[in-house]
Design a binder for this molecule. Sequence first.
Ligand SMILES: NC(=O)c1ccc[n+]([C@@H]2O[C@H](COP(=O)([O-])OP(=O)(O)OC[C@H]3O[C@@H](n4cnc5c(N)ncnc54)[C@H](O)[C@@H]3O)[C@@H](O)[C@H]2O)c1
Length: 405
Amino acid sequence: MRIAVLGGDGFVGWPTALHLSNLGHDIHIVDNLSRRWIDTELGVQSLTPMDSIQERCRIWQEQTGRRIHFHLLNLATEYERLKAWLAEYRPDAVIHFAEQRAAPYSMKTDRHKVYTVDNNINATHNLLAALVETGINAHLVHLGTMGVYGYSTVGAPIPEGYLDVSIDTPAGPREQQILYPTRPGSVYHMTKSLDQIMFQFYAQNDGLRITDLHQGIVWGTHTDQTRRHEQLINRFDYDGDYGTVLNRFLIQAAIGYPLTVHGTGGQTRAFIHIQDSVRCIELALNDAPQAGERVRIFNQMTETHRVRDLAEMIARLTGAEVAYLPNPRKEADENELVVKNDQFLALGLEPITLAEGLLSEVVEVARKYAHRIDRSRVPAVSAWTRDLARRIEHDPEGNRLRSVS
Ligand SMILES: NC(=O)c1ccc[n+]([C@@H]2O[C@H](COP(=O)([O-])OP(=O)(O)OC[C@H]3O[C@@H](n4cnc5c(N)ncnc54)[C@H](O)[C@@H]3O)[C@@H](O)[C@H]2O)c1
């Protein structure tokens, strides 16, 4: 297949591009490199040293003989170029990763809220409009998030996209399936919830073939393909805005930083290893819906864990300390989370679990590149509200006090 990987320079996009190229697909990465600019804005860098996207593609070709093409294009602001590009390259499938994906970044200031909405909503809508206009009938696979559902729970498992409801009508109860209600907990999650509505509309109105993958928090760094060469290494975010919970605990353990648990750590979240993430995308690509079908929705996660249990497990494994800090997010202190993922299991996914030795691989990677870590960028300091901002802990290591004495 000819596959466009939109956002293919990112944390999940890059290993997906390699995985699919390795399977023999013709891969075209489209990215505006905004994520690299955000690193510059925040004054942080990936834990792992990333080469330019052009250099990464060159090394891949040198190692495998397979070519990955790169196209610099902003999906959100360059509609005409996007349309012309699709009409020229006519991909069979389009994988859409190209959004601003950090909840804390989306809540940092009003400017970051506006940017996240402008970028994510326009990127998704431009793509949908251009797919209709060019009439190329590509299968669109989008990366959404489990986080759209919020984390309050009624105790029943979260189904894969649709909820059976019974509506009382004057003629008696009527059964219907509706999109499982979203309850976004950040501006970022709000954009992903809005994406769902756009997909529903374009599938129903124009017969676009769409799969929406509601992904859990991705952990790990290497896949079989990124391990092949030092310069194919994946990016690894550890900072307070882009670093995600399990990966952050692992780098904190590696550099002797306290494991920063927000609030009681009673939050339960869904997780998936990066190798399973790329495999799920492959499985979803091979199972495309027909024109006229409703949006196919998968829960792309393999296990759920309570944050404090993860911290305690990593503390036991590594001897790290756990620091319970005020939570910068407005969210429930404690929640249960039960999620269905039957569809990927039925398609043959064999989940990689936390127990499988890959935790120590991440700690080793973090130790290797520990010299690249700026400890002052580790705390999460983007607060959800002004009130919460006043209570944030900027210095979990207590360095300020130590330097005074
Ligand atoms: N990383 C996770 O834990 C996780 C969890 C759930 C869902 N997701 C979703 O998966 C997708 C990929 O996540 P990631 O961790 O790889 O993010 P990332 O930030 O590393 O990658 C996103 C890529 O998209 C590009 N991009 C952003 N806006 C663009 C635009 N307007 N035009 C062109 N390119 C643009 C960025 O430059 C970047 O390379 C995201 O949509 C995210 O919401 C990620």
